[in-house]
Design a binder for this molecule. Structure first.
Ligand SMILES: [Zn+2]
Length: 501
């Protein structure tokens, strides 16, 4: 049996493990590798993730206090996470590889499932999107059994290691928040902007999908909407990088010149269409990956990911590894990505980069607000659904209909019940996004009053962000609220943005 490591030794070896794992995930994600071999990496580090190690970290944590206790808590959580990954690595590689190999036959073309999903955003023909959407959803749903089995096994193991059988309570403890209080505050906010959402939704879905659309179009059209496809020419694919770089430069960030951030902006068939940041070893190795398809969404995705990348690459290298890389959840880093992405909702930004008339600027900013409200309402519905699902996970398939109904009611698009597992990120990520939504609106209000309406192009904003980035992953989202003088659940600034004056 391998010796149990001291917490410091564990932290150092964990850093090496996460580096290899991140680099492997990156290679698969960007289409450099056709098969995922996470299981082999996990096997090499098998003695890092043992029940004995987990117990030793828990013991050290109980004897510690303050900052050190927090560090040890995060290390213990990583050890538990590693144990889960280790036991599930083969099964999850099998599922990942099967999904990578899955193909969709569409109008004489054989497309990898991921490419089919990416294609939905760029197909201009309504009926073709319906057809491809159905094919891709059928193909994806064939993996539901495996998805459920994998979640189930992960859940059992997590319950055992944490000693908390209730997944909702466990998640709330991990995030150090009350998930039900958060859901209630959000439901109220969602309700308060329901009246203004209806006309906004009608106007923009007509505009983008055409007036011959179904009253409740299929969810397949959402990616097409997000791209603002009929306006895609204005938001040209080849301008997204220079426009975003210059947007960041005005804040004082040199993304292209930052040697710690490796940009991967290429187009490859197996590259996932979803943009992401992989922080292999912050602050020195941070990957920013996007796949431009043309349209406003490229700009939003690049600025969003730039927020994450600058955060990780901006953390103080003197911080312990834990506070550079590990977090209780994703709610903190999402504040920075949401904030930079929100610049695309500033009318002045459209005027500056796309040379439109003031009426057109206002219209484009409204289009961006439409997308923002759509996504916000979708996530609120997702959180409510996930709270129900996880309260009774044993009977998960019974909740598929509830998923479709919750989302349909919230956004007015038809969701397929059998998409309920594929459309879920683990660990209540939806709650982290929603906390970031609330916090970003608070931070924007703070920046407007401290720096000015043009905060989005002032170096003072960059300075303020740089100070926050330096703290790495240590603070919670709620601590940021406290520093700028807001209650963590105060949704007033968010409602001011979602509901037109
Ligand atoms: Zn993000």
């Amino acid at each position: 049996m391998a010796a149990v490591r001291t917490p410091d030794r564990f932290e150092a070896d964990l850093a090496r493990f996460l580096y290899e794992r991140s680099e492997e995930a990156r290679a698969v994600r960007v289409g450099e590798k056709e098969t995922s071999e996470q299981a082999a990496i996990v096997e090499r580090y098998a003695d890092l993730f043992t029940r004995e190690q987990h117990a030793a970290l828990r013991g050290a944590e109980e004897d510690a206090s303050g900052e050190e206790r927090e560090r040890l808590f995060r290390l213990r959580e990583s050890c538990a996470g590693g144990l889960v990954v280790r036991e599930l690595a083969d099964e999850s590689d099998r599922l990942e590889n099967a999904i990578l190999a899955e193909r969709v036959e569409f109008r004489g073309e054989s497309l990898p499932l991921r490419s089919a999903q990416a294609r939905l955003a760029v197909l201009d023909d309504y009926a073709a999107r319906e057809e491809l959407g159905d094919l891709a959803a059928d193909a994806s749903a064939t993996f539901n059994c495996e998805r459920h089995a994998l979640l189930r096994r992960g859940e059992d193991l997590d319950a055992e290691l944490s000693g908390e059988p209730d997944p909702v309570r466990r998640s709330a403890e991990r995030k150090a928040i009350d998930l039900h209080a958060l859901a209630a505050a959000l439901a109220q906010a969602s309700e308060r902007q329901a009246a203004s959402w209806e006309p906004l939704r009608g106007r923009w879905t007509d505009r983008i999908l055409g007036e011959a659309r179904d009253p409740e179009p299929a969810s397949y059209h959402v990616a097409y909407l997000r791209r603002m496809s009929p306006l895609a020419e204005l938001y040209a694919k080849d301008r997204s990088v220079p426009v975003c770089l210059s947007t960041l430069a005005e804040l004082g960030f040199d993304l292209a010149g930052d040697t710690r951030i490796r940009l991967d902006l290429d187009d490859r068939p197996q590259k996932s269409p979803r943009a992401c940041v992989i922080a292999s070893d912050p602050p020195s190795v941070v990957h920013l990956i996007t796949r431009a398809q043309g349209g406003l969404h490229d700009y939003q995705a690049l600025l969003h990911e730039a927020g994450h990348a600058l955060h990780y690459a901006g953390c103080d290298p003197a911080l312990p590894y834990t506070f550079r890389r590990l977090a209780r959840d994703h709610a903190l880093t999402e504040i920075y990505s949401f904030l930079l992405e929100s610049i695309t909702r500033e009318p002045g930004w459209h005027a500056l980069h796309f040379g439109l008339s003031p009426e057109e600027d206002a219209e484009r900013a409204e289009a961006a607000r439409f997308l923002e409200v759509l996504l916000f309402r979708r996530y609120v519905a997702k959180l409510h659904f996930e709270l129900e699902l996880w309260a009774d996970f044993e009977h998960a398939p019974d909740y598929a209909e509830r998923y479709a109904e919750n989302l349909r009611r919230a956004v007015g698009f038809r969701y397929r019940p059998d998409g309920y597992l594929a459309d879920m990120d683990g660990e209540f990520y939806s709650a982290d996004y929603l906390r970031a939504w609330i916090r970003t609106a608070q931070l924007r209000a703070h920046l407007r009053s401290r720096i000015g309406e043009d905060w989005w192009r002032r170096p003072e904003t960059g300075g303020l962000l740089r100070d926050l980035f330096a703290e790495g992953t240590r603070p919670t989202s709620e601590e940021i609220a406290d520093r700028i003088g807001y209650d963590p659940l105060d949704t007033e600034p968010l409602l001011d943005e979602l509901v037109p004056a």
